[in-house]
Every structure is written in structure tokens, then in C-alpha cells.
Design a protein around this ligand. Structure first.
Ligand SMILES: Cc1cc2nc3c(=O)[nH]c(=O)nc-3n(C[C@H](O)[C@H](O)[C@H](O)COP(=O)(O)OP(=O)(O)OC[C@H]3O[C@@H](n4cnc5c(N)ncnc54)[C@H](O)[C@@H]3O)c2cc1C
Length: 343
């Protein structure tokens, strides 16, 4: 059967964007459908990229490998779309207790962490204004990814090329045909759900997150800061702060309780004026075991989800890995294969 496309993708968040790029790069004919839904995750992500699990101070899952791939991947997209997306930076971890400061010193001696951790104060003079009674540590190989900008430039380009339609896909819109599927008049051997928290698959746990955009007059920090919450600089004394984690009532949107909690945590290390400019919420597509969820869910259907709170770091590796599986039949790593939840 002749298909109009090789792959149909549902959803243009970070997962769909990255997968479409990896597939197109390999020469596949891709069609995407996306309807921007309230509570989608990528629209509100602060874009912090940090290879360390805070509190325990250990590397996140395959951190060094993911970092190396992500940096090169987003740089390539910057060139392709002539957009500024990826900004290497450092993260200042303000120790809340003497115990955390002690643990940090121990971890710094471990071979796999020596190139990632240092003791503060770093070279960001603006951070000296923040109280640090137990000192601070520096995580060196962090970055920020401008996710809204990446989605915007990708969307504009793909819509104008006719490869993306802003359109909802309901379950009844995905029709089985011989050897594949048909969606809104397009046909392909595979459809991949990159629909984030909106598409339930085995192992997926939706987690609400809230954050604020604030102006903190007098705070001139270039680095990301963490002290119970993340502070991501936007320039001009503006910051994104977040995020909360809630496992119930996940579709509620921004709540007063979330806002109160964020401002209370901010007050532990910033006692100056706070101007709240925006308050946002989204639902993370997290996985029970905190690993991405990739692979086959039906004869012609697949999924790319489970990016959790580290989407920017994980999306490039996942996209390349799933593209190689779809196009070349390479086996999926069992650690990310959706099949692991069925055994
Ligand atoms: C508050 C908050 C802060 C975060 N901060 C960070 C951070 O600093 N760094 C980081 O790396 N990650 C962060 N994340 C996590 C990050 O947002 C996610 O890992 C990632 O964006 C998930 O992308 P996704 O494409 O899987 O899902 P989504 O971004 O939700 O994308 C799914 C897309 O599919 C569309 N869609 C769904 N169903 C359909 C359908 N049936 N038809 C058509 N379209 C459909 C949706 O509208 C959406 O556009 C944060 C998340 C939250 C909530």
C-alpha cells in the first residue's frame, strides 16, 4: 500500500518536536497534528537543564551521555532555525543545612562527579547578596533551553511547509487501514503519540507543576539558583521560579496554594521586594520509574512520553533512539521500552 507519509506524530510538545526533527533528519516523511491544550507541559517548562539529582547530589539517569547529546542537538537546531535556544550556565546550590554542605563535600570526591561539582562562591558576583549561612555549591555543566522559542520556530516552519496541522486528533480519528493508519486524510505505517500527559499509557503518572514569573528588584544573578526551588534568570531582574509537584487534582491549573508555597520557599533566601508577573501551571508526563517511555503500544501505534521534569535533557537522546528503532529496526533499550510495564 502506498502511504502519504512514513510516520504520523500526534502532539508538538518537546517530545513531538524532537522526534519530528530526528525523523526528518533521517529522510522520513513526517506529518504532525497538534492542538495546543490547556495544561500542556512544554508551554510552561522553565527549560532548566541540570544533570544532578538535588538533595542526594548524584548524577541523574545517564547524565553525562544525555548532556553531550542534548548540547550538540540543540546547537544544530539553533543553526537550522537561526534562533538562540541553548545557553550553557551554572547552577548555584545554596545549602539549607550543614548536613547538605557536608554531603556535597563528600560527593565532590567521587570520580563521576568531580567534573560536575565545585564549591561556591563561583564567579557570579550578583549571587553574593543571597544569604548562604552554610555556603553553596556549583553545578558546572548546566544549561537553559528556551523551550517556548524552540516550539514556536519549529511550528512556524513545519506549518508553512505543510508538515504540521493545528488540529485535534480524537481516538475515532485514528483509523486502521491495511498495513497502517489513517489520520485526517493522511496515511502512514506508524502513528506515534507524543501527546504528553494527555495520552495515557502503561507506567505514565501525570504530575501537576506550578511556577511564577517574578521581578526581584535588586537581584542581578546570571546563574540558575536552587534553594528549595529553582530560580531561572530571564534578564532585567525577572526570574522564573518553580516548580511545585502535585499528584492529585492535576488538571486544576494554577492554584492559590501553589502560589503561596512558591512565595514561602522564595522568602527563605530572598527578603527583598517580589513582583509577581505571571503564574502558570502544567502537567508533566512523568513515569513510575522516572525513565522515558518509548515504543510500541499496538500494531501500528507507538508512544514517546515519560519525559517527567527533565524533558530538555532527555528529549534529544530519546528522539534519536526512537527514530533509529522506527526507521532501522534497531532494538529499544529495555530501560526505556514501554514493554517494561507489561511484565
Ligand atoms: C511547571 C513545569 C516546569 C517544568 N520545568 C522544566 C524545566 O525547567 N526543565 C525541563 O527539562 N523540563 C521541565 N518541565 C518538564 C517538561 O515540560 C516536560 O518534560 C516536557 O515538556 C514534556 O513534553 P511532551 O511533548 O511530552 O508533552 P507536552 O508538552 O504536554 O506536549 C504534548 C502536546 O500534544 C498536544 N496534544 C495532546 N493530545 C492531543 C491530541 N489528541 N490531538 C492533538 N494534539 C494533542 C498538546 O496540546 C501538546 O501540545 C516542567 C514541567 C512543568 C509542568
Amino acid at each position: 500500500m502506498a502511504f502519504t507519509h512514513d510516520i504520523i506524530i500526534i502532539g508538538q510538545g518537546l517530545a513531538g518536536t524532537a522526534l519530528s526533527e530526528s525523523l526528518a533528519d533521517a529522510g522520513a516523511r513526517v506529518m504532525m497534528f497538534d492542538m495546543p491544550l490547556a495544561n500542556r507541559s512544554s508551554a510552561v517548562a522553565a527549560g532548566a537543564v541540570n544533570p544532578i539529582v538535588l538533595r542526594r547530589f548524584v548524577p541523574s539517569w545517564r547524565a553525562s551521555e544525555m548532556l553531550a547529546i542534548a548540547g550538540a542537538y540543540y546547537r544544530e537546531l539553533e543553526l537550522q532555525y537561526e534562533a538562540s535556544l541553548w545557553k550553557p550556565t551554572q547552577l548555584i546550590e545554596i545549602f539549607p543545612t550543614a548536613q547538605e554542605a557536608g554531603l556535597w563535600r563528600l560527593r565532590m570526591k567521587e570520580a563521576e562527579l568531580q567534573h560536575l561539582l565545585a564549591l561556591g562562591p563561583g564567579d557570579d558576583a550578583g549571587a553574593a547578596i543571597l544569604p548562604q549561612p552554610y555556603g553553596s555549591g556549583i553545578i558546572k555543566r548546566c544549561a537553559t533551553l528556551d523551550i517556548p522559542q524552540l516550539l514556536r520556530v519549529h511550528r512556524e516552519h513545519w506549518i508553512s511547509a505543510g508538515y504540521l496541522e493545528e488540529r485535534m486528533v480524537d481516538a475515532s480519528d485514528v483509523r486502521e487501514i491495511p498495513g497502517g493508519v489513517e489520520v485526517h486524510g493522511r496515511t502512514a505505517p506508524h502513528v506515534v503519540y507524543c501527546a504528553g500527559p494527555f495520552h495515557q499509557v502503561d507506567g505514565l503518572v501525570p504530575v501537576r507543576g506550578e511556577g511564577l514569573t517574578v521581578r526581584l528588584p535588586g537581584l542581578d544573578v546570571r546563574s540558575m539558583v536552587h534553594r528549595g526551588l529553582f530560580l531561572v534568570p530571564l534578564g532585567d531582574e525577572r526570574f522564573r521560579i518553580g516548580a511545585t509537584f502535585a499528584w492529585s487534582d492535576v488538571w486544576s491549573g494554577p492554584t492559590e496554594e501553589g502560589k503561596r508555597s512558591l512565595l514561602e520557599r522564595l522568602s527563605r533566601f530572598w527578603t527583598g521586594e517580589v513582583q509577581v508577573l505571571d503564574h502558570w501551571a502544567g502537567v508533566r508526563p512523568a513515569a513510575k520509574d522516572r525513565r522515558p517511555i518509548l515504543g510500541r503500544t499496538g500494531e501500528h501505534t507507538m508512544v514517546f512520553s515519560g519525559l517527567g521534569s527533565r524533558g530538555a535533557l532527555l528529549a534529544p537522546w530519546c528522539a534519536d533512539h526512537l527514530a533509529a528503532h522506527i526507521l532501522k529496526g534497531e532494538p529499544l533499550d529495555p530501560e526505556v521500552d514501554v514493554a517494561r510495564f507489561r511484565v
